[in-house]
Design a binder for this molecule. Sequence first.
Ligand SMILES: [Zn+2]
Length: 264
Amino acid sequence: MARMPGAQYRPVVNVHHDGVRERRGLVLHVQDDTGSPYGWFNTPSSQASSDFWVRRDGYVEQYCDTGVDYAWAQAAGNPFYASVETEGHPDTALTGAQLEAVAHIYAWGHSEFGWPLKVVDSTTQHGLTYHGVGGAAWGNHPGCPGTLRRAQRLGVIARAGEILGGADGTSVSLAHVVAAAQRDPVAAQGSTTHRAEVLVVERALRAEGLLAAEWVDGSFGSRTVIAYAALQRRYGYTGAAADGIPGRASLTRLGAAHGFAVTA
Ligand SMILES: [Zn+2]
């Protein structure tokens, strides 16, 4: 049984037992309503349910045995991803308490099922995806959960990484990466300061198409600084804010897109 500690467990009738085929991650939804959907989900004729529901104050209900049974939230996506409904409407953002609660759900799923700390806009990749991306096969809800909540997935993943405290082994220290970016370019060629963490960042820059494979070497040398500056410009930074030395915001965003958490 996979029940999240801290969630109110309220099993409903609208679930498919023993049907989960893969545990790829979590799908973010918006309720487009307020109040617990428990009654609706526990009514056979509604043909609807989700694994979780998060109220605006951060209270969480869980409606099925996540990872074993699947809820009826995203049609063809149900056997592959768990689901979280969030109280409110598509034109409003998640509250801080909701974001925190969704991050706790995701951190739990990471520990329980290996969901990677990653935002994906996909119906096949592992990570935190969203309902609308599934199109007709996922029930045709293009506006779920809306652009605001969709964008907040980066914050959810960043916060999940903090909650896990880097226990998953894919976290990098901002201080270490900054130290490397300041020392490695002026040290001997190929000199490394925090090799393992720099490699994580370099692989992400490589995946972004900004760094040639030969420079993915664990040394935050001048090529890596140039690549990071290009990333900062891509993220909208200019001038001294795009100097190639990682800042918390840009590194957190890169990490959310490529599966690593950022610690102090
Ligand atoms: Zn939805």
